[in-house]
Design a protein around this ligand. Structure first.
Ligand SMILES: [Mg+2]
Length: 262
């Protein structure tokens, strides 16, 4: 498939610009290079650990020239979805990390009357009691909403279980089916393309997850760039074929430049 020159970028964050609390070497310089090239970008992240404001600050501390408005997180997208689709339902929120401020104007409750179970990124908060409370709410007919269903992610000390592993258990035990708001749901990518104001054919998606970043974007007709950082494993290339595999985000500005010379 011949591609058009790249006019905009959707960029995954964790495993791409940083891994846990550690920046990927020279990734900030590369992001700033895209800015200088006049390539608009949105950071499209399944993170549910941080608000957009907190993530923006972290990235700026790493040297990235990025505004909070250029960040779209699974948590912020989930809050937007709830305000639109379920504005009146009390919500049981199970998430690791401080994203409650994204849930402005949404009623959060630990009571048994919650009509909505919202699961975000996993951590120590996913205790037996918390998961069992979610299970009972679902048995009572509550709607199950997942910020994402990522099975694992890479923390500084290694791969770690994420929400998807717990959500699958809740689905099987309760019979409920989760609606996924973050990657790889089509809706999340549509928000990204719309925000750029560009057709997917002119956009590149850059990420470290073949199934959650690269494949869904390529299904829209965007270019898919898989990086050999973060959760990348060689076996990923047996699951699907990205347009290109690059060693790290550092190689992305040159790839974008070359797209204008083809
Ligand atoms: Mg990632």
């Amino acid at each position: 498939m011949t591609h058009k020159p790249i006019r905009g970028a959707l960029i995954d964050v964790d495993g791409v610009l940083h891994i846990g609390d550690v920046p990927v070497p020279r990734a900030a310089d590369a992001l700033n290079d895209l800015r200088r090239q006049g390539i608009p970008f949105r950071l499209l992240t399944n993170t549910t650990m941080r608000t957009r404001a907190a993530l923006g600050k972290l990235l700026r501390d790493f040297g990235c020239d990025v505004t909070d408005d250029e960040i779209i997180t699974a948590a912020s997208a989930t809050a937007t979805y709830i305000r639109k689709q379920h504005p009146d339902l009390p919500c049981y929120l199970l998430v690791s990390g401080n994203v409650v401020e994204e849930f402005d104007a949404i009623e959060l409750t630990n009571d048994p009357d919650a009509g909505l179970v919202v699961i975000g990124g996993a951590g120590r908060e996913f205790s037996y009691d918390a998961l069992n409370h979610a299970f009972r709410l679902l048995l009572n007919g509550a709607t199950l909403l997942a910020m994402h269903k990522d099975l694992y992610w890479r923390m500084a000390d290694g791969l770690s279980l994420d929400a998807g592993a717990f959500i699958s258990g809740l689905e099987q035990a309760s019979g409920a089916q989760a609606t996924v708001v973050g990657k790889p749901s089509r809706a999340f990518f549509e928000v990204g393309f719309d925000s750029l104001g560009l057709p997917p054919s002119q956009v590149v998606m850059v990420g470290d997850s073949i199934l959650h970043d690269v494949v869904p974007a390529m299904e829209f007709g965007a270019r898919g760039v898989l990086l050999r950082t973060g959760i990348f494993k060689e076996g990923d290339l047996e699951k699907a074929t990205p347009d290109v595999v690059l060693d790290s985000f550092v190689d992305v500005p040159e790839y974008v430049r070359r797209s204008h010379q083809q």
